[in-house]
Design a protein around this ligand. Structure first.
Ligand SMILES: *[C@@H]1O[C@H](CO)[C@@H](O)[C@H](O)[C@H]1NC(C)=O
Length: 481
């Protein structure tokens, strides 16, 4: 199957040609050099890079010189991360001007080309409150931050860097003083235009195979690590990355500020940017989203109606024990957002209880219930595009045997199976385990859960969990009694 989306060329638009040629030639030269091992592409190798860089940079002018200039830039950047302080913080880079105006700052032009060529990745979003607006047709006042992410270490050992923030942490040029900031809408328009005119060269538009929604503390990190371990070279996995939640929640949890379609359009643009790759080996794209995005799952379904997704959940008491296992329960993830969540207020208004009378344990159960209720509703509406997966100790086999091959339509070969089994073993032994995931040796603790917690779980979270257990869209639906 082809990995590069084939699009019809739109006329003979010549304006991108020099840039496209430059970027594709840079990519081509890099691959060539990689193949002949002049550049140890993934491992560092100062001498090789230096030689490559010099030999490329010393010749040529005119068109050829232009390709070489970009290639040189790319190679040099790998060796000595180049600082950008000019187009960070409050100073937006005017991307279109930088690309079209020959007399504009050459640094800006280079950075803008790096965004087009996907050597800079979208890593964060900011909303500028005084200029922000969004409708179903467009949006403005949203800033996109770019920097070069290095996925190498995550590909080599997923459990050691399971989260997006870990990948950012090992990407030395990614920090708020150095990230390149552009207007998101302008960047998306330019990038889509560029891609439409350059279909058979890098960057590749990765194939979004499947995504994971979850309740939290239910094995979702194992799922993300498995998506990577399945085929590290081919797969790119974003695990709780920063940009998508902005799109999910842009209209408010209850869509009181704009429509689901407006949120979906923004999400499509953000995921489009995140799915462009200048790594010639990458083909497939996976996301694990933050648990609260499940409340706005509708946005995802509108944006990607046929993309398969799963919702992961777990026994109520086990999730609550893990969530509330913190020094101050009022600061637990499932408690601290109680005042800012319209869905929590609405859920409580529908009961006999008063908001101010609820304990932290009860808020936690309501918080989790709003996530599960949205998942249940969307599972039914999606009619098979979504699948519910309940935590078990052998969770990896749900993914190896069913989710990957049958639901996400991602190839599982023998090597992939073994890699997933290996990281699952690593995981259950606690090495590289993500903080907050629950040990399976904690059944004792669960038996000893305070009665007040069990009551809160039964009252608020139990009913929706039973419906999830019995859903016909459950990976392993529980038998009716
Ligand atoms: C990416 O990280 C790996 C180590 O995980 C390192 O060897 C490599 O040089 C880095 N690549 C770049 C372009 O910085």
């Amino acid at each position: 199957m082809t990995t590069i989306r084939r699009k019809r060329r739109q006329g003979n638009d010549a304006k991108w040609k020099p840039i496209a040629l430059a970027i594709s030639t840079a990519g081509f030269l890099s691959i060539l050099l990689y193949i002949v091992r002049l550049i140890p592409w993934r491992s560092s190798g100062g001498v090789g890079v230096g030689v490559g860089s010099r030999s490329v940079s010393n010749s040529g002018s005119g068109r050829l010189g232009q390709y070489q200039q970009v290639a040189t830039t790319k190679i040099r950047q790998q060796q000595h991360p180049r600082k950008n302080t000019k187009y960070a913080v409050d100073n937006l880079l005017p991307m279109r001007r930088a690309l079209e105006d020959d007399n504009f700052d050459p640094l800006a032009t280079e950075l803008a080309r790096n965004i087009l060529g996907a050597s800079l990745n979208l890593v964060d979003i900011h909303i500028i409150s005084h200029s922000f607006s969004i409708t179903e047709d467009s949006y403005s006042g949203i800033v996109a931050e770019f920097c070069p992410l290095n996925f190498t270490a995550q590909k080599e050992n997923p459990p050691s860097l399971p989260m997006f923030k870990d990948v950012v942490g090992v990407s030395p040029q990614c920090n708020k003083h150095n990230n390149v900031r552009v207007d998101l809408k302008e960047a998306v328009d330019l990038v889509r235009e560029f891609d439409a005119d350059n279909t058979d060269v890098l960057p590749t538009i990765l194939d979004l195979k499947g995504v994971v929604f979850h309740e939290s503390r239910c094995g979702s990190t194992l799922a993300a690590n498995s998506m990577m371990a399945l085929h590290p070279e081919k797969n790119r996995v974003y695990s709780e990355s920063s940009p998508p939640p902005y799109a999910f929640k842009i209209c408010g949890e209850d869509y009181s500020d704009c429509s689901p379609q407006a949120s979906a359009n923004l999400l499509k643009d953000i995921i489009y940017l995140m799915g462009r790759s200048n790594d010639p080996k990458e083909q497939n794209l996976f996301f694990k989203f933050q648990s609260v995005t499940t409340r706005n799952l509708e946005s995802f379904r509108l944006a990607f109606p046929t993309t398969p997704w799963v919702f992961m959940y777990r026994n109520p008491i086990e999730v609550m024990m893990s969530q509330l296992d913190v020094p101050h329960t009022s600061k637990a993830n499932c408690v601290r957002s109680k005042h800012s969540s319209p869905l929590i207020k609405k859920a409580i208004a529908g009961t006999q209880y008063k908001f101010d009378d609820l304990s932290d344990e009860e808020f936690c159960a309501v918080h989790l219930a709003t996530i599960c209720e949205s998942a249940l509703r969307n599972l039914e509406d999606a009619d098979g595009v979504g699948m519910a997966i309940k935590y078990t100790d052998d969770l990896e086999y749900a993914f190896i045997d069913t989710v990957f091959p049958k639901h996400f339509h991602a190839l599982v070969d023998e090597d992939g199976r073994q890699r997933v089994e290996k990281i699952a073993g690593t995981y259950s032994k606690g090495r590289g385990m993500h903080e907050g995931e629950f040990h399976s040796d904690s059944e004792e603790k669960i038996r000893n859960a305070p009665k007040s917690m069990k009551d809160a779980a039964d009252e608020f979270l139990g009913p929706v969990n039973k419906l999830l257990d019995k859903s016909s869209y459950n990976f392993r639906p529980e038998e009716e009694e």
